[in-house]
Design a protein around this ligand. Sequence first.
Ligand code: FES
Length: 139
Amino acid sequence: MPMYSEEVMEHFTNPRNIGEIENPDGIGEEGNPVCGDMMKFTIKVNDGKLEDVKYFTFGCGAAIAVSSMVSEMAKGKTLEEALNITNKQVAEALGGLPGNKMHCSNLGADALHKAIQDYMEKQGIQPKEQSSERSAGNE
Ligand code: FES
C-alpha cells in the first residue's frame, strides 16, 4: 500500500538539518491544533541569507519529512526567497502527500516563515508584501 512517496520516506528515515542552532537569529514555532504536532525552527542569517536552518519536529512521519525538506529548500536562500516558499511547493518537492496528510505540510513553511519574521522584528526590518525591491534606508 504505497501511502507515502519515496521522497517522503527518504526524508523521514534520513532527516536533514535536525537540531537547534545555538544563539539563533530567529525562532519560529508552529503547532497543529488538530493533531497536537509541533515544529520549532531556528535560523542563522548572514548577509541577508539563511546561512543555517535547523528544526525539531514532534510530529508524524509526514511532518518530519516536511521539515527536513523545508530546511533544505530554505538553506542558502535570501530571506525574501525563503518567505516565498509555500506549503504547496514543499508538498510537491516531496512528490506529494496523501490527502489526509496535506495538513502536515502546513507546519513546515509556516514555522520557517515565523522564524524569519522573528529575525526581521528583532532587526527592525519591515516585511514587504509582494515586492522584490529592497530599500536600504530606514536606518
Ligand atoms: Fe500532525 Fe501530521 S498528523 S502534523
